[in-house]
Design a protein around this ligand. Structure first.
Ligand SMILES: O=P(O)(O)O[C@@H]1C[C@H](O)[C@@H](CO)O1
Ligand SMILES: O=c1cc[nH]c(=O)[nH]1
Length: 314
């Protein structure tokens, strides 16, 4: 791990929860304060080697998504949209010492890739949140998903993240207990995002429930995995029940993201484009250029939202 500040520097050990009158990021772990050093292994950062409060203290928006290339493209796009002076070549991957995740900072926007699935994003969020000394942070997952009963290319702003039983909960196994946490998202933020989407006439945006699964194949009722233990009829029956329960898309990170961020004082949102209609097919067979354009849709919406929040819109 690259050392950027002297190991003896103690100025970074600022007290937790020091912001008054603001919604600050807070951690719920009494053990962290007694640690002499904390190595954020998967981000290749650490409390003795990096001045984390100085690096991230001014962050107001955290944008996360699965793929490193997509998130790098988003960071470069935000850099342009915010009209920042720094040369594009100087925007470096903060986590370059590891190939697990990538991270870029452009003004108040931190962009991070989280890999695929609940365990992967959960590790990212633990390491991201536990030494964050920021306040009033909005965290938005910008992802892809499978739609239910809607045209591919539609962008869904999640109002409620639900599990495979259509329940708004995230079940975390802790030791040998199942701990259930709420997956409530921020209603006003979803509405604010939806209002921003009205300025973009080139694609459709909806608010709906998002189902989060532990798997892409059997877990999402696909018939094309290495294993399949149900019939086409059962699959369609399940997806139609999901639709009736308000689910409009399926992905793999929203419940844990809502549960963790909500508990730690970040305001979470989830905005995903749909790549297919699961009532019609299981395979994603879009031409490459269409896939790329679809993936840019949530990015465009979030860029508009951030510029609007920062007072940069006309
Ligand atoms: O952010 P991405 O596009 O990676 O999100 C969805 C959910 C899974 O991580 C992945 C499955 O293809 O795409
Ligand atoms: O069908 C899909 C497409 C993208 N991501 C998912 O999790 N499911």
């Amino acid at each position: 791990m690259a050392s950027v500040i002297p190991a003896s520097n103690s100025s970074m050990r600022s007290d937790r929860n020091t912001y008054v009158g603001k919604r600050f990021v807070h951690v719920k772990n009494p053990y962290l304060d007694s640690m002499d050093e904390d190595i954020l292994h998967h981000l290749d950062l650490g409390t003795k080697t990096h001045n984390l409060p100085a690096m991230f203290g001014d962050v107001k928006f955290v944008c996360v998504g699965g793929s490193p290339n997509r998130m790098k493209a988003f960071a470069l796009f935000m850099h342009k949209e915010l009209g920042l002076e720094e040369a594009e070549e100087d925007i470096k991957d903060i986590c370059a010492g590891t190939d697990r995740y990538c991270m870029y900072k452009t003004g108040p926007v931190l962009t991070i890739s989280h890999g695929m699935g609940i365990p992967s994003i959960s590790i990212t969020l633990h390491e991201l949140i536990k030494h964050a000394r920021c306040c009033d942070v909005t965290i938005i997952r910008i992802g892809t998903s499978g739609g239910i009963g809607i045209a591919p290319g539609t962008v869904i702003i999640t109002d409620i993240a639900v599990d495979s039983f259509f329940k708004p909960r995230f079940e975390q196994v802790i030791l040998d207990n199942i701990v259930t946490r709420s997956t409530e998202l921020h209603k006003e933020l979803s509405e604010e995002l939806f209002n921003c989407s009205k300025e973009i006439p080139t694609f459709r945006t909806l608010i709906g429930h998002t189902m989060c699964t532990y798997d892409f194949y059997e877990g999402q009722g696909r018939l094309d995995g290495a294993l399949c233990s149900f019939s086409r009829e059962k699959k369609l029956h399940y997806l139609k029940r999901a639709y009736k329960a308000g689910v409009r898309n399926i992905e793999m990170e929203s419940t844990v993201s809502a549960a963790m961020c909500g508990r730690c004082g970040l305001t979470p949102a989830v905005v995903c484009v749909t790549l297919l209609d699961r009532l019609h097919c299981d395979q994603i067979n879009l031409p490459h250029d269409v896939l790329v354009e679809y993936q840019q849709r949530p990015q465009l919406l979030i860029s508009n939202f951030i510029r609007w929040r920062l007072g940069l819109c006309d």
